[in-house]
Design a protein around this ligand. Structure first.
Ligand code: ADP
Length: 319
């Protein structure tokens, strides 16, 4: 392989830039040319493709977002769109592609792989919902953003003796809620993976109130519904004053943490290594701090599991 492409796709995440940098530098280190494909699969179809040099990825390791931009592209879900994409890569002499993104982006990479074009998927999403890796690039940064918000909300919650509900992102996964809830000392964490019971939630609040607790923090993962609806139910059932904060897209931005930069650098470089060995159709990840790779089709078919022991621990520590 003499020339590869790299794109970022779907929801952006902090650390994508560090991953792009690693792909470019690792490839050039091995005398491979790298072409950046801008605006994800949309840009691939339209031929928004430019050669990247060592300097093209300078001064980005610490920046959030993605210098290659991202997009959602419905056309790429069609055979016609995928064939156009392959055609463009052939035109530019690109022989392999690194796709940095979430599970939707992986499906695009899977489609290209099935059509015989070698792709490697790098997990870039704050949601931590990709099977075949313990962590995705951006999760740690998003988590730290949430923790910062929880700590600040806790100050005002204490002053006013209120119950606060904080809605966090994660799509259908509860990882951000679980980790942030445990690290932020939340009373209750509501995640889509486990059933919840409003009676349990409200009686815990009442018990805390009776023993003189000044505030309560409840973390609601977006995958279970709106924190506003939860707060209404809680007010009805307890009579306590509640406030809701929906953190939204602040969770997607910001300078990546050291952990995310390191993870992105390792995974980006590993994706290039696989392509150099002629291995396409792989999804890279990290498990127990070791780099791993799986068949991208099989990886997508696996369920993403949330850590049950951590979930249990979080409720044990907030009795
Ligand atoms: P994410 O990668 O963050 O999960 P999306 O789900 O929006 O984000 O997916 C990003 C892009 O990946 C989509 O806009 C589309 O271009 C491509 N994609 C998603 N699903 C498929 C699919 N089944 N086949 C081909 N391409 C897909």
């Amino acid at each position: 392989m003499k020339r590869i492409g790299v794109l970022t796709s779907g929801g952006d995440s902090p650390g994508m830039n560090a991953a792009v940098r690693a792909v470019v530098r690792k490839a050039i280190y091995h005398n491979i040319e790298v072409y950046g494909i801008y605006h994800g699969y949309q840009g691939l179809i339209e031929g928004e493709i430019k050669k990247l040099e060592l300097g093209s990825v300078g001064d980005i390791i610490h920046r959030g977002g993605t210098m290659l931009y991202s997009a959602r592209c419905l056309e790429f879900k069609t055979e016609e769109g995928q064939l156009k994409g392959i055609e463009q890569m052939k035109k530019f002499g690109i022989e392999g592609l690194v796709v940095i993104g979430g599970d939707g982006s992986y499906r695009g990479a899977e489609a290209l792989t099935k059509r015989g074009f070698p792709c490697v998927g790098v997990p870039g999403t704050i949601d931590n919902d990709i099977p075949g890796t313990d962590f995705t690039i951006g999760f740690d940064t998003a988590l730290n953003t949430v923790i910062d918000a929880i700590d600040k909300i806790r100050d005002t919650a204490t002053s006013h003796e209120r119950t606060y509900l904080i809605e966090v992102m994660g799509r259908n996964a509860g990882d951000i809620a679980l980790w942030a809830g445990l690290a932020g000392g939340a009373e209750t964490i509501v995640v889509p993976e486990y059933d919840y019971n409003m009676e349990d939630i409200t009686s815990k609040l009442k018990r805390g109130h009776e023993r003189g607790k000044k505030h309560s923090i409840i973390i609601v993962a977006e995958g279970v519904g709106s924190a506003v609806d939860f707060s209404r139910k809680i007010e009805e059932m307890t009579g306590f004053e509640t406030r809701v904060t929906v953190l939204g897209h602040v969770q997607r931005g910001g300078s990546p943490t050291a952990a995310d930069r390191v993870l992105a650098s390792r995974l980006g470089a590993y994706a290039v290594e696989l392509l150099l060995k002629g291995k396409g159709g792989r999804a890279v990840g990290i498990e127990q701090n070791q780099l791993v790779d799986y068949d991208i089709i099989e990886a997508l078919a696996k369920p993403h599991n949330i850590d049950k022991k951590m979930y249990t621990l979080s409720s044990e520590l907030s009795i």
